[in-house]
Design a protein around this ligand. Structure first.
Ligand code: FES
Length: 568
């Protein structure tokens, strides 16, 4: 109760007043003398992924009490993908700031955060890194799968696949409406290997979540037992002074990034971990990450790269089974929230059993890591990435004619135009959809297949964008092109009919136009107007958001100069 006293110029009075006020909550003196464990409660009526947050909070509270602490929950911003205009990414940094400042303002000795939906866990890790209050992350956990006419369905890979069939005219209005009611049958997060699942697994690998917590379905009783254990452990962490900087080391980030590759995880995982590491002065080395990818196969057979769902991964032993399979590639001596190293945690976990979800190294889902880093004259001084494990192998070396969409609005207006000049071997380009351009870098990089091509049976073609893509999506899409078009990146200079070459084996993304011609175009280029954000948080975002390869954090929140690199 003494931590961070409100300033009245008299410390004794400040403490007296604080205790007097909190007694109105009904606490006894004995309760208030115990370690205070905050619960960052992200329940929101607009966040179905967090529907179970109240019962998770209750289980955390039980664990804290059993261990001799006092649990006090507090609300923070809660972000859901479908309820955050213009896009949830726009608010990730705001949620991180909110959570960080509450941790600074409140007298908590440790905190358990309830994350889940895509942007919540990254925001919480960023807050933990910057506040350095002992922190455990829990998640609400993935949904169970749905079904339709005997077919197993999962959000949101199947949402996109079935919507694609609807666009192609193969599924009618009434049927797609009925399917919409069957895709999300329970509370919880998207149950494919989307961003929520990716971030939960990376957080456990990072050491910031108790072992076994990433994949437990939201509605399973084990979810509550994990929350209870987290509450109890947080009391111990407060006593031990086990702060996030002692856990989130370059080695720990390397472990998390290795898991991102081995699970065929969401491309968003890379942006988010870059932002979290940046909060601690650790730079993510994209070339080293790409090298790591060449020796790390995708082992987890989950959609969108594979076939299964998160409940299948849980039945296969969850993250521990994956860690065991790539044990020799991990930093086993990395400290974790348990007080033991990652290697010790693996040794303590139940022995594994025969299962088919986590493949053996000699029988991978994809021979390399899920994500490749691209360089070339479309991203000079920066990069682009592609989720190669979710792409069409035949398109991984491809040269085609550019069909350019200047903005999200332009794309929406023309993509289904029967007169659109587009062929199956073209390269679709969407620009001005980056961190500043859109703004907030929405998940619109998954450019829909133009209707006229979809109706011809085309299911994939090369697409390039400075936007992001949902982790649940799939396709041959080069994303996160930076510098983005809105600040003058070469993507702004592409014209319809230009030749573009994507060469994933050689990690190249090139606009096949001479430097001389590009210079001419650059001289004639007019930057888009970016001053729509005159006030408040939008203004802060527009003035300070960084590019994708820097994690899209606000520049003044990244700890510079960097003092370490990861992966190592
Ligand atoms: Fe929340 Fe997918 S919308 S995890």
């Amino acid at each position: 109760m003494r931590k961070g006293l409100t300033s009245y110029g008299d410390e004794g009075f400040s403490l007296f007043l604080r205790k007097a006020f909190i007694k109105a909550m009904g606490y006894s003196g004995d309760a208030l003398d115990r370690p205070i464990i905050g619960i960052a409660n992200t329940y929101s009526g607009f966040n179905p992924c967090h529907r179970t947050a109240p019962e998770v909070a209750e289980a955390i509270r039980r664990g804290v009490t059993m261990a001799g602490g006092l649990a006090i929950d507090f609300p923070t911003i809660s972000l859901h993908e479908s309820f955050a205009w213009p896009t949830s990414m726009f608010y990730r940094n705001l949620m991180a700031m909110d959570t960080e400042e509450m941790l600074r303002a409140l007298p908590v000795d440790a905190v358990v955060m309830i994350g889940g939906c895509d942007k919540t866990v990254p925001a919480q890790l960023m807050a933990a890194a910057s506040s350095n209050v002992p922190t455990l992350i829990t998640v609400t956990g993935p949904m169970m799968t749905g079904d339709y006419k005997g077919e197993r369905l999962g959000a949101c890979t199947d949402c996109r696949r079935l919507w694609g069939l609807h666009r192609a005219g193969e599924i009618g209005e009434a049927e797609i409406d009925e399917i919409g009611g069957r895709l999300m049958p329970t509370a919880g997060t998207c149950m494919v290997m989307g961003t929520a699942s990716t971030m939960a697994l990376m957080t456990e690998a990072l050491g910031m979540m108790l072992p076994g917590g990433a994949a437990i379905p939201a509605v399973h009783a084990d979810r509550l037992r994990h929350a209870e254990a987290s509450g109890a452990r947080a009391v111990e962490m407060a006593a031990e002074g086990l702060t996030p900087d002692k856990i989130m080391t370059p080695q720990a980030f390397a472990n998390a990034l290795r898991i991102l590759l081995a699970i065929g995880g969401s491309t968003n995982g890379l942006i988010h971990m870059t932002a979290v590491a940046g909060r601690l002065g650790i730079e993510v080395d994209l070339d080293a990450f790409d090298e790591m990818g060449r020796e790390t196969p995708v082992l987890v057979d989950l959609k969108p790269s594979g076939a299964g769902y998160m409940e299948d991964l849980q039945k296969a032993g969850g993250l521990t089974t994956i860690l065991r399979e790539i044990r020799d590639l991990l930093h086993l001596d990395a400290p974790t929230c348990t007080g033991h190293t990652l290697g010790q945690n693996i040794d303590k976990a139940p022995a594994d059993w025969d299962q088919k979800v986590v493949r053996k190294r000699d029988n991978p889902v994809y021979k390399e890591g899920g994500i490749a880093v691209l360089r070339g004259n479309l991203c000079p001084g920066g990069s682009a990435i592609i989720k190669q494990s979710g792409a069409d192998e035949a398109l991984m070396k491809h040269t085609g004619r550019a069909v350019v969409f200047d903005s999200l609005e332009d794309m929406a207006n023309r993509i289904d135009d029967p007169d659109l000049d587009v062929r199956p071997d073209d390269v679709l380009v969407l620009r001005n959809a980056g961190p500043k351009g859109a703004p907030g870098m929405p998940e619109s990089g998954y450019i829909p297949i133009p209707k006229k091509l979809a109706q011809q049976g085309v299911r994939d073609l090369v697409r390039i964008s400075d936007a992001r893509m949902s982790g649940t999506a799939f396709g041959s899409v080069a994303l996160h092109v930076c510098p983005e078009a809105a600040i003058g990146g070469p993507l702004a200079l592409v014209r319809d009919g230009d030749s573009i070459t994507l060469d994933v084996p050689n990690r190249r993304l090139n606009l096949d136009v001479s430097e001389e011609e590009l210079e001419k175009r650059r001289a004639a280029w007019t930057p888009p107007t970016l001053d729509w954000a005159e006030r408040g948080y939008p203004r802060l975002h527009m003035q300070h958001v960084q590019q994708a390869d820097e994690g899209c954090d606000l520049d003044f929140l990244t700890k510079r100069p960097f003092t370490a690199k990861t992966p190592i």
